[in-house]
Design a protein around this ligand. Structure first.
Ligand code: GLC
Ligand code: CA
Length: 543
């Protein structure tokens, strides 16, 4: 293929939970064969790359982020043969597949940990971080604030404390052990040989611990990650490493290195600010965070998202902003979790299609490769009565039939109940109904994906804000080679009319791409005056 930029720079990702997607054998749990059966759907939606949540054997105390065997598939989901078939079938459709790589910790059920804790002379003892006291690394924060009181847990069998940044059932691995590091290389080789197109590397800031630091983003961590990248470049070019570092932009920046560490990194802080902008009708918070986002090397790319499988994290906002976000978006305490909000996109935005599409307009036109979280393309609801983050991981809704077409099992047997309530009726919120309805959220998102893919300017172009006296209108250009986009979003519920500043230089025959309408017909009749209705947005392309 003759390409001028790496594939991930202009790709649309789709995050999918195998458990939740489609149940092929009627046991009530989604599985890999189920995903294979739905690849045609994903192809039709137009995405480029699937990100699979963890599929390894696991006691599922953290939905698979607690791995008990890095070389297998959870029996609920199928077999390695199934997995290979998934990769092959995806590739046949030009879809790529990346998997979750959990580097920081294992499950406490992992045989390494079981051996380590019961035998001080075990070769695996040093795979984990032990201490006689729980007083070390006091400056490291606790992440799962609602459940954990310390990053140390006493293990009676080991006679020592072990270190963990997440649940106490997830002991941290010790990256000071050369044997452990060698093991990690073996793991990535194994999956790359099975054909995966890369990894979403989980929780990377926490790999090393050093006294006197907050044990995040340490130089040793970057050295190790660069070794991983070198190995990938030498042996598996064209695969991607995506960094999960929930940090400020200036702290994520080093994870790109000089283009020799991660190819991609999530942009966490921009996400809550999109919700702030929508609720306050003011683009300022988004603009501020993007203005303070450092340049990244040319072959690197940000990954952006509106929602994912976790709580909508409010770690990267000020205390005041967090309180405001909770008040606005999570009035019921059950909607809150740790420092975040465990709700889906549609409920957060009052299930208002205009707001949902406006949020997507920002997602698809601001810098970064966007990720769509499964179910959000049909504005699925959530279930705040389920524990932990399970309320945003319920079965995908395929049709208005039994179990939403997700499974043939008895409804009681489903791993989680389907969402069907007066506000989010299954009859309306399902793939089949939305495909059959022109103008549905599904169709609108699909159009955005298509436009985005056909126009590299939205993925690769530079960003320039267009100053307007009214910060309720977010206007900016994206430019790449001869392609220029004028993106204009009305963040407010009010009708807005403004004069196009002369220096914008938009020819009147330029076309708004979502509607296919020429600019001159969008103008109000008065010379160069644009009117935007409530939450309306325009994607105007020149060149
Ligand atoms: C990441 C995952 C989250 C998980 C945590 C611990 O933040 O997104 O779901 O609980 O890592 O592995
Ligand atoms: Ca199944």
């Amino acid at each position: 293929m003759n390409k001028t930029f790496p594939w991930y720079k202009n790709a649309v990702f789709y995050e999918l939970n195998v458990r939740a997607f489609y149940d092929s054998n009627g046991d009530g749990i989604g599985d890999i064969r189920g995903v294979i059966q739905k690849l045609d759907y994903l192809e039709k939606l137009g995405i480029d790359c699937i990100w699979l949540l963890p599929i390894y054997p696991s006691p599922l105390k953290d939905d698979g982020y607690d791995i008990a065997d890095y070389y297998g598939i959870h029996p609920d989901y199928g077999t390695l043969e199934d997995f290979k078939a998934l990769v092959d079938e995806a590739h046949r459709r030009n879809l790529r597949v990346i998997t979750d790589l959990v580097l920081n910790h294992t499950s406490d059920q992992h045989p390494w940990f079981q051996s380590a804790r019961t035998d001080p002379n075990s070769p695996y003892r040093n795979y984990y971080v032990w201490s006689d006291t729980d007083q070390k690394y006091k400056e490291a924060r606790i992440i799962f604030l609602d459940t954990e009181t310390s990053n140390w847990t006493w293990d009676p069998a080991a006679g020592q404390y072990y270190w963990h940044r997440f649940y106490s059932s997830q002991p941290d691995l010790n990256y000071d052990s050369p044997e452990l590091k060698a093991e990690i290389f073996k793991i990535i080789r194994y999956w790359l040989d099975l054909g995966v197109d890369g990894f979403r590397a989980d929780a990377v800031p926490y790999l090393f611990e050093r006294e006197g630091t907050n044990c995040e983003n340490l130089p040793e961590t970057h050295t190790f990650l660069k070794e991983l990248r070198t190995y990938l470049d030498q042996n598996y070019p064209d695969r991607v490493l995506l960094c999960e570092a929930n940090q400020w932009p200036e702290d994520v920046r080093p994870y790109f290195g000089d283009g020799d560490e991660f190819h991609m990194g999530f942009h966490f802080p921009v996400m809550p600010r999109i919700y702030m902008a929508l609720r306050s009708g003011n683009i300022a918070p988004v603009k501020e965070i993007l203005d303070r986002t450092p340049e990244i090397p040319p072959d690197c790319q940000w990954c952006t998202f509106l929602r994912n499988h976790d709580e909508l994290t409010l770690e990267m906002v000020t205390e005041e902003e967090r309180q405001w976000m909770w008040q606005e978006y999570a009035p019921d305490p059950r909607m809150r979790l740790n420092l975040g909000i465990r709700r889906r996109l549609a409920p957060l935005l009052d299930k208002d299609p205009r707001k949902i599409m406006l949020a997507n307009s920002l997602l698809f036109t601001l810098p970064g490769s966007p990720i769509v979280y499964y179910g959000d393309e049909i504005s699925m609801g959530d279930n705040i009565w389920l524990p932990d983050r399970n309320g945003v991981r319920t079965p995908m809704q395929w049709s208005n039939s039994k179990n939403a077409g997700f499974s043939e099992a008895n409804p009681e047997k489903l791993y989680a109940p389907v969402i069907d309530n007066p506000k989010f009726p299954l009859s309306e919120i399902n793939v089949e109904a939305q495909i059959n309805q022109a103008g549905s959220i599904w169709h609108q998102i699909r159009s955005m994906i298509r436009i985005r893919k056909n126009n590299p300017g939205l993925g690769l172009g530079d960003l320039n804000w267009l100053p307007l006296p009214d910060s309720g209108i977010a206007a900016y250009t994206r430019r790449f080679k001869t392609e220029t986009w004028y993106i204009i979003n009305n963040l407010t519920a009010e009708k807005k009319t403004f004069n196009i500043p002369a220096d914008w230089a938009i020819p009147q025959n330029a076309v708004e791409q979502l509607t296919g309408t020429a600019l001159d017909t969008l103008l109000t009749g008065k010379f160069n005056e644009i009117t935007l209705y409530t939450y309306q947005f325009l994607w105007i392309k020149v060149g």
